[in-house]
Design a protein around this ligand. Structure first.
Ligand code: FES
Length: 355
């Protein structure tokens, strides 16, 4: 783990760190071991903290030993709701989740990176199959709320929990189901009643929805069950989006070192196309693409800066790069030219990148 100076308080808004210090305006107890933490977003940060349903936030959790540790939590609110909320469930040995559940109250402040992540439907009008286990409901709830707020989108929701009392958002899901009728079909699966769901059992329930895209979030065995069940039911495997719990070992809040003049002498030239704009930048081998974009003031998608979250995925149109870690990419992605901006350094002179 990268240690951070305990003498710096990540909640000091004047500290030279990435991200912004946000104030908590509401804490909602969802179950005996889960809370929703809602941040208020100042008007001048509204663009930075705009998000798509299913994305996540990276929080700096204060730590006496390390100064802070970085943890990612999925957003549970929908983009149309006021504020920006994450829902956090205690895990037995989870420092971050226990600290948040024990310490955060209205008026608390935390340093937060802008939203990131690719676990979002292309349109809230889509018909989807959501699958969640336990706290994996968090991004699913953001997507569910957004789709129900649309005019025509429909959701089938397979939601697995240990027992009735551990169902996060139970009352709201019930109310949505009552209100939206056929647009929302919910299957609660309780382990105390039925054991863990098998692929065949899931396939039997999911088969009528096999034309839909699947969004699944939960522990690894649950995700394997969903993939196997979707295969049995005849889903197109290219239409399964998964979000897995991620733990970070580095510190994405650390400021990026400035580029020195010497390293610019043999820098590559990169044209970055993002959000409809083209930026031509000098890209020295000493810095990653994300570093160079952030230093040039470009609104850059990133979170972990260690190759794990996939927030910075982009595609090479011309030229070549070297990659460090590629945990967030499949081999087919790499073969198709996808790279991670936070892990890419240039190995040719002229490069084009598409986000
Ligand atoms: S920022 Fe997470 S993989 Fe690049």
């Amino acid at each position: 783990m990268t240690s951070t100076p305990a003498s710096i308080d990540s909640r000091d808004s004047s500290a030279d760190l990435l991200g912004n210090v946000l104030e908590v305006d509401q804490v909602i107890s969802e179950t005996s071991d889960a809370v929703t933490i809602r941040f208020s977003i100042p008007a001048d940060m509204a663009d930075d903290y705009a998000f798509s349903p299913g994305q996540f936030l990276t929080l700096a959790i204060p730590s006496e030993r390390d100064g802070w540790v970085a943890r990612c939590y999925s957003i549970s609110s929908s983009p149309s709701q006021a504020g920006l909320a994450v829902t956090v469930k205690r895990t037995a040995d989870g420092y971050g989740s226990n600290w948040l559940c024990d310490n955060v109250a209205p008026g608390s402040t935390l340093r937060v990176l802008p939203p990131s992540g690719q676990f979002s439907p292309r349109s809230p009008e889509a018909d989807l199959l959501l699958c969640a286990a336990g706290s994996g409901v968090t991004p699913a709830m953001s997507i569910l709320r957004a789709v129900m707020e649309s005019i025509t989108g429909r959701v089938a929701f397979f939601y697995a929990n240990r027992d009735e009392d551990s169902i996060i958002f139970r009352d709201e899901i019930s109310a949505l189901s009552d209100h939206f009728g056929d647009r929302l079909v919910v299957r609660h699966w309780l382990e105390v009643e039925s054991g863990l769901p098998t692929a065949a059992e899931f396939a039997g329930w999911a088969a009528p929805f096999k034309d839909r895209e699947i969004f699944a979030c939960g522990p690894a065995p649950f995700m394997e069950m969903v993939r196997a069940g979707a295969d049995i039911a005849g889903f197109d495997t290219f239409r399964i989006q998964t979000e897995e719990y991620r733990s970070l070992s580095g510190d994405p809040f650390q400021p990026i070192a400035e580029i020195d003049e010497d390293s610019l002498s043999d820098a590559a030239l990169v044209e970055v196309n993002i959000d409809g704009d083209a930026h031509v930048l000098a890209w020295p081998t000493t810095h990653t693409l994300v570093d160079v974009m952030v230093l040039n003031g470009i609104d850059t998608p990133y979170a972990c800066r260690e190759g794990k979250c996939g927030a910075c995925v982009c595609r090479i149109g011309q030229g070549e790069v070297a990659l460090g870690r590629t945990d967030a990419l499949e081999q087919e992605d790499i073969e198709e030219g996808y790279v991670l901006g936070c892990q890419a350094t240039p190995t040719s002179r002229n490069i084009k990148i598409e986000f």
